[in-house]
Design a protein. Structure first.
Length: 161
């Protein structure tokens, strides 16, 4: 079936970076999220897996090097203009102190569950609120499974165990 002209799919990822029971948040300086807190994330680049996208976005926006622990959520949507898939990973910091990039982000902070829940929708993006609170819950999300691919290093799978 031929794709319909004028429709497309955006693909992105975010990282809910957890440190000592707090989630790393950024305050956006542009677009619909301007002035609101969200977890770091963005569009995937050609040639990278979504776990790599999440790690890159966290590093670019906050200076924190983080690694994927598991997968906590997927958002999918579709409108007449196109669709989008957004994958949210739970991550842990490996290196670095959070510093805003000064371009896309003007503030960075680790927030507790209570602080996240107390913010209203003018202060925080709804998806980030729900994803961060889910990431703080005990128990595993979807975990990486050893599933040898035919496609090499470009392949990772996250499944329930």
């Amino acid at each position: 079936m031929e794709p319909t002209t004028g429709k497309w799919w955006d693909v992105g990822a975010a990282g809910a970076v957890i440190e000592r029971g707090r989630v790393l948040f950024v305050r956006r300086t542009y677009g619909e999220g301007c002035g609101r807190w969200s977890i770091p994330g963005g569009y995937a680049d050609h040639g990278e897996r979504l776990d790599e996208t999440a790690a890159r976005e966290v590093r670019e926006e906050t200076g924190v090097v983080a690694e994927v622990v598991d997968l906590v959520g997927v958002r999918t949507r579709y409108t007449d203009q196109g669709g989008a898939v957004y994958v949210i990973f739970r991550m842990q910091p490996v290196l670095g102190n959070p510093v805003p990039d000064g371009v896309e982000v003007d503030r960075v902070a680790y927030l507790t569950g209570e602080e996240i829940a107390a913010m209203d929708d003018r202060e925080i993006q709804a998806l980030s609120r729900h994803a961060a609170l889910a990431a703080l819950r005990k128990g595993p999300g979807l975990l990486e499974e050893d599933c040898p691919p035919r496609s090499g290093e470009a392949y990772r799978v996250f499944l329930l165990r």
